[in-house]
Design a protein around this ligand. Structure first.
Ligand SMILES: Cc1ncc(C[n+]2csc(CCOP(=O)(O)OP(=O)(O)O)c2C)c(N)n1
Ligand SMILES: [Mg+2]
Length: 785
């Protein structure tokens, strides 16, 4: 049975009066500072470019109480918080009051170098921000995966000695629950029995466009309870509860309970007079209600009728402190968007900004003297000394940074490539990881893999057989116990090193985001490797981008890929993913063709994701077995592979043509090249392992006016030579290569999709087979002559 705790069942006094008075004062200050911050930013901006920014004043005001309570009374250093995007000004104000943020940055809210529109680990700093937010739904979802990662780190004995698990807390907007990723995460969390998770929903019943429908939230608690969560509803504050307890007060409760969201919002906006008119009309026959109306002037009546749970500090504190176990808990806090501001309740207030006259009267009401707008304690009734003593003692104020450092994991100098004359890069990946799994090294212990139901088909089988699946409780492999023969050993235990996910790629990326932050958040550095089919990167793309924006570090292995997966079908062909790899910030993308290249790159990537200024790494791999070159890996070759490309056949002086290929089409490029060499003996063959790295290098060169790796590589080709580029993806992946040292290009590739077939047929159909390369070379040379 779910225990549905409502406000009525918890009235214990947890906050001593003095503390409460301090929190009330700071709550008021936080509302002021956030409103001023936005006003100030708009004032500045208007004078510079005429662009205004909205979306913050009303959204921030609705959570002033919740955020003050959380940050100053509830959150412990080991807890981690994701703050809804538009509560950023409240977040910044609290950090300012705790001494973690400067006035200068607050004054430049949303400007270059100032505090960000949405809390950002990378821009505001990971010493204060636990999780970035911005794209709604993702900050909420990531807390769930972070709670799983926290368990992983603790159960593997990787947490710093003496550290306690904390709560992963999301302060969510109610409209965030429209995002499907929340529900994908909830289901996954239920499977994994997640703990220590709080989602606090700011139920202001407004989104960006409008008032949120009551229908959804009528069901929301049932939804959470279905997946094992406790739901705590903070509906009314103490004033309203006291009114309900008076004679006839039950009728007032019934009235307000039945009041549709839209009418309630409209009355909030209209104020005391509106309330009186409606209550007189509907409830005047009850003497107890008449008495309440008589005792309250319009302002008092407005304060009473808007006294919702989420704005009542005592109610909020009671609710948070009533939870003492680790069961996931959802708090539904009723609030009013724009509470305390003249914008309150208006359905169009999302982008609303207070005008100068409104701002002036708000300032007067807040008691903030002109010129003292940024003073931390101006306008408060309590002595500044008392307030600052209180703030200094807040646990989050006392620690200078929320970032935990964890030691680097050593990576061996060499990872031997799997020795098979013919193999695919996907097979090579499985073998390399299987080899690491068999070793008794710290590197092997720190790698954690995860996959959305494609563990076996992306070749993680050998790794999982040796390292097991992570589960909070020990579970045997039933098939094995029943002597059913299988190549897979799926033993689940708290020591397992693979996190098996359901088929939701979005969850994979949120999981990777959390795993990739295991070091800074939980003090246990992990080396995460996630696998999926290349085309489904698009399914999780926003979460992928989100993970990278937070500077989470991980390796993504995407396989199979391209039209090379041929008979698997047109629907699975990945055409544009290399362009994502080419352009996605925070990511280094590689598409090796051979096993020895992959071995070099994987070794390098395991170090790269640990570098302070490193990045995450994406490998696009193939299931196509191809003949492997017989060669010895030396420093120069490895450097080329990591740098993004090398000349597989160096062009000779006087060369007219080069073929540049990437990935699984290597055999076609080689075969075409061998034929062409008969007529063009000086031709060159360029193996591109990372279009992304070469492109970056070229851009950096251009910016710095010097010749870097890419320019030197392409510069070996005479300037009047042409390049035929080929890959099993969009031709734009490589067609830009001609720009590096001003060569003519004939680009081959795939710019439509949908055909399934055998490989030779498909390569022919899309014009990337040997004949097509030779034709393109002929065209290039003809055009040249
Ligand atoms: C994925 C995504 N889509 C759209 C937006 C634009 N957007 C910003 S806030 C918002 C509405 C938020 O409503 P709610 O979560 O209820 O927050 P409130 O403003 O009420 O606090 C929208 C649609 C966004 N930030 N992210
Ligand atoms: Mg809302």
């Amino acid at each position: 049975m779910a225990d549905h705790t409502t406000l009525e069942t918890r009235r214990a006094d947890t906050a001593p009066d003095e503390r409460l008075a301090l929190l009330h004062a700071i709550e008021k200050k936080v509302l002021w500072l956030s409103t001023w911050m936005i006003h100030n930013a708009n004032h500045l901006r208007e004078s510079r470019d005429g662009l205004k920014v909205g979306g913050h004043q009303a959204s921030s005001a609705s959570v002033a109480t919740l955020m003050t309570a959380l940050y100053l009374d509830v959150v412990r250093p080991q807890d981690r918080v994701a703050v809804k995007p538009h509560a950023a000004p409240i977040f910044h104000a609290l950090q300012y009051l705790m001494g973690h943020q400067s006035r200068d940055k607050l004054e430049r809210f949303r400007s270059l170098g100032g505090v960000q529109a949405y809390p950002s680990r990378t821009k505001d700093g990971d010493h204060i921000v636990d999780f970035s937010t911005g794209s709604v739904g993702l900050g909420v979802g990531v807390t769930l995966f972070a709670s799983l990662v926290q368990d992983y780190v603790h159960l593997h004995g990787m947490a710093p000695e003496g550290s306690e698990p904390g709560r992963m807390i999301a302060l969510a907007g109610d409209a965030e629950l429209d995002e499907g990723n929340i529900f994908e995460a909830l289901l996954e969390g239920w499977k994994h029995d997640v703990r220590n998770l709080w989602w606090v929903i700011d139920y202001n019943r407004q989104s960006l466009d409008a008032v949120v429908s009551d229908r959804l939230f009528g069901r929301i608690d049932a939804l959470f309870e279905l997946v094992g969560w406790r739901v705590v509803t903070l509906k009314y504050g103490r004033k309203l509860e006291a009114a309900f307890a008076r004679p006839d007060g039950a009728h007032l409760r019934e009235w307000i309970d039945a009041c549709p969201n839209s009418l309630y919002s409209a009355l909030v906006y209209k104020g005391g007079e509106g309330w009186r008119e409606h209550l007189m009309r509907d409830l005047n026959r009850y003497p107890g209600i008449r008495a309440i109306l008589d005792e309250h002037d319009n302002d008092q009546l407005h304060a009473l009728m808007t006294n919702l749970g989420g704005h009542d500090m005592e109610t909020v504190l009671d609710a948070f402190h009533s939870i003492t176990d680790d069961r996931p808990t959802c708090f539904i806090a009723y609030t009013i968007k724009g509470y305390g501001l003249p914008l309150a309740g208006h359905k169009d207030n999302h982008s609303g900004l207070m005008n100068p006259a409104q701002m002036a009267s708000f300032q007067a009401a807040m008691g903030v003297p002109e010129g003292e707008e940024w003073e931390p304690f101006a306008g408060l009734d309590l002595p500044a000394e008392e307030l600052s003593t209180f703030l200094r003692a807040v646990p989050l104020a006392a620690s200078a940074t929320r970032r935990i450092d964890s030691a680097r994991i050593a990576v061996p100098d060499d990872i031997p490539p799997p020795r098979a004359r013919r193999q695919s890069t996907q097979e090579a990946f499985g073998r390399i990881l299987g080899g690491i799994a068999a070793s008794d090294s710290e590197l092997a212990r720190r790698i954690v893999t995860t996959s959305p139901d494609v563990t076996v088909s992306t070749n993680l089988g050998a790794w999982v057989n040796r390292r097991g699946i992570f589960d909070r409780t020990e579970r045997q492999d039933i098939f094995r116990e029943e002597n059913v023969v299988s190549a897979q050993r799926w033993v689940m235990s708290p020591g397992g090193q693979h996190i098996e996910l359901g088929i939701a790629e979005h969850n994979l990326f949120l999981q990777l985001a959390a795993l990739g932050l295991a070091g800074p958040l939980f003090g246990g550095r992990l080396l995460p490797i996630g696998t999926l089919y290349d085309p489904f990167i698009k399914r999780g793309l926003d979460a992928f981008n989100y993970a990278l924006y937070q500077d989470a570090r991980f390796i993504l292995v995407a396989t199979p890929s391209g039209i090379t997966l041929a008979p698997e079908g047109g629907a699975h062909q990945s055409v544009i993913e290399p362009l994502i790899g080419l352009t996605q910030p925070g990511l280094l993308a590689f598409e090796p063709a051979f096993a020895d290249e992959l071995a070099v790159l994987l070794r390098w990537a395991l170090g790269e994701i640990q570098e302070d200024d490193g990045e995450s790494v994406y490998f696009r791999l193939s299931t196509r077995p191809i003949d492997q070159p017989e060669r010895r890996m030396d420093g120069a070759l490895a450097e080329g592979i990591i740098g993004g490309g090398y000349w597989l056949r160096e062009p000779d002086p006087g060369c007219e043509l080069a073929i540049a290929y990437c990935g699984a089409v290597a055999p076609e490029a080689l075969a075409a090249f061998d034929l062409l060499r008969e007529d063009l003996p000086q031709a060159g063959l360029l193996a591109v392992t990372s279009p992304n790295r070469l492109h970056r290098d070229w851009r950096a060169d251009a910016a710095q006016g010097k010749q870097g790796f890419a320019a030197r590589l392409l510069g070996r080709l005479p300037s009047d030579a042409a390049i035929v580029t080929v890959s099993d993806s969009h031709p734009a992946t490589l067609s830009w290569l001609g720009g590096v040292a001003r060569h003519k290009v004939v680009p081959l590739g795939v710019d439509h999709f949908g055909q399934s077939g055998d490989l030779p047929d498909l390569y022919h159909y899309y014009g990337i087979d040997q004949d097509a390369i030779i034709d393109a070379a002929a065209r290039a040379c003809l055009r040249d002559s």
